[in-house]
Design a protein. Structure first.
Length: 511
């Protein structure tokens, strides 16, 4: 299955939607580069087209691209060389023909990377570069003052619903998908300005239906979502077990969707032991949903619903007050709805379960979402590499967990590094292979050591296959794991601003 965000990546600037001013400014910057010779910072939220615009610009200008990101080990020499070497050939050919565009992705992350000599060295290169450089960043103010001052700045804003809809419509037409206009609008509204997620959502939903209707877009219809927000309030804060179950009959969501809403919002109010209990019920609910999928026996929905409503309400130990900002299920949870992505999710979960000695349900419901938030957009690169190494993730799996495009050089370089780390670990530890096997079998409380290091090279090869159904056989005494994972998840949220490698030692700390 090709990833539509890659397939429909704009190949010319005029195909970059929703940021006309920024787009024009970028073109103008490139066309006048000989006069000012400054680098440009393109910044804005994830998925609004910054990187695509830089590549499209290069294509329009006929400039070959050299792309690097802050986490790339090739380091500063490369930029130095590219900038220098290209300038020489520029002189030789006596004109612009030796020109190329250097794209520095994750430019807000350089300070954390010693290979580059920190942001000062990058600033120096940027200042003296003899080639046009585009620095792409999410967090403008995470870049040093001097770096910011050395560059021109262009902001990409969140893409409006009005601009997202036509992109989705074009894709539907090219993919021969029937759609209701309202369905596209609902997808666009749900993604709050992130065009990449909108395209991803469209693909996920299109896989599971013949004709896109507004109803397919779980979170789309206003009536439904209002109902669900009220219900979340009742379930999480007010009602007892029976009340929560009864009130759920009026909610216009299938249990498959409802569980995503609950799973994503319950942790905003629950903590500690009650959170662990509630996760236990959600795991049970998810097992019942799995049985429904496997057997098409829809009467099992009842048990799923009992668990996710009455169970969650009964787990509440203290009364909850105040107002909580509940939100629609993340793209990640919604992904579970299409078969292709469910398979990817379950394959990853089964390897996690294998390695951590947890049940597959725990891996899927507790550990994976948590990893997804920790490694969102690969911001914490080190951790992402650890994860890819520990669970032997390939590009599409890293992309699935992190939400970054799978063909991006960020993801590719992470997978390469993870492979290198795994090979290193296999050699170092080959003498202790049995010891490791014994340890990783029962002991998932391992903390300080990097998980990649403790991995026997041949232990995981079976994990990818045995994904379906075998979670029933496993013990489900995972309340501790769940509680621990989610406590840590709360901590991690605060730091989710591209703070890079701040001494996080690895997945073993969290699972
Ligand atoms: N403005 C846009 N016009 C057309 N397509 C877009 C636009 N923004 C995003 N997309 C789609 O989303 C995909 C990802 O966009 P892109 O990687 O350029 O976003 P980004 O802003 O660089 O995000 P990040 O900061 O996460 O790298 C593109 O391949 C394309 O399919």
């Amino acid at each position: 299955m090709t990833d539509w965000t890659e397939k429909y990546r704009p190949d010319t600037l005029s195909a970059v939607r929703g940021n006309d001013k920024a787009r024009d400014a970028l073109r103008e910057w490139a066309e006048s580069w000989d006069d000012h010779r400054k680098a440009v910072i393109v910044h804005g939220s994830p998925g609004v087209g910054k990187t695509s615009a830089a590549h499209a610009l290069a294509a329009d200008m006929n400039w070959p691209v050299m792309e690097l990101n802050a986490s790339d080990h090739r380091g500063k020499d490369i930029i130095d060389r590219v900038a220098g070497e290209a300038s020489k050939s520029g002189t030789l050919t006596g004109g612009t023909s030796g020109r190329r565009l250097v794209i520095l992705d994750e430019a807000d992350n350089f300070h954390g990377n010693a290979d580059y000599g920190g942001s000062r060295a990058v600033t120096d290169v940027v200042k003296s570069a003899s080639q046009p450089i585009v620095l792409v960043a999410n967090e403008f103010y995470d870049m040093s003052n001097s770096l910011r001052n050395a560059c021109k700045t262009i902001e990409f804003r969140d893409v409006s619903t009005r601009s997202i809809v036509p992109v989705l419509r074009d894709i539907c037409r090219k993919e021969d998908i029937e759609f209701e206009a309202d369905a596209l609008r609902a997808i666009a509204e749900n993604t709050s300005g992130d065009l990449r997620s909108a395209v991803n959502d469209l693909q996920a939903i299109a896989e599971s239906t013949e004709r896109l209707t507004e109803d397919d877009v779980v979170t789309g219809s206003r009536d439904t979502t209002e109902g669900i927000f009220d219900y979340l309030d009742e379930l999480i804060k007010e009602k007892d077990a029976e009340g929560a179950l009864k009130a759920s009959y009026d909610v216009d969501e299938t249990p498959d969707d409802l569980i995503n809403w609950i799973e994503d919002n319950m942790p905003k109010d629950y903590a500690g032991a009650e959170l662990a209990d509630a996760y236990g019920y959600l795991s049970n609910a998810d097992r019942w949903l799995g049985r429904v999928r496997a057997t098409q026996e829809y009467s099992y929905w009842r048990y799923a619903t009992d668990n996710m409503t009455a169970g969650v309400a009964a787990s509440r130990r203290e009364s909850k007050g105040g107002w909580t900002r509940y939100g629609p299920p993340s793209y990640w949870s919604k992904l579970g709805r299409s078969r292709g992505s469910r398979n990817t999710r379950d394959a990853i979960a089964s390897r996690i379960a294998d390695r951590e000695g947890a049940s597959i349900a725990t891996a899927r419901n507790d550990i994976l979402p948590y990893l997804a938030s920790m490694t969102h957009h690969c911001h914490n690169r080190d951790l992402t590499v650890e994860m890819a190494a520990a669970y032997e993730l390939d590009e599409s799996e890293v992309s699935f967990v992190t939400g970054s495009g799978k063909d991006t050089n960020k993801v590719e370089s992470i997978v390469e590094d993870a492979e290198a780390r795994r090979e290193g670990a296999a050699v170092e530890h080959s003498g202790d292979a049995f010891l490791d096997a014994v340890r990783s079998d029962g002991d998932h409380d391992e903390t300080n050591e990097s998980t990649a290091d403790s991995e026997p090279a041949n232990q995981q090869t079976l994990a990818g296959d045995g994904q379906s159904g075998d979670d029933e056989d496993r013990s489900n005494s995972d309340a501790d794991t769940a509680g621990k994972a989610s406590d840590d998840a709360a901590d991690s949220d605060a730091g989710d601003g591209g703070d890079g490698s701040d001494g996080q030692s690895g997945l073993g700390d969290f699972v």
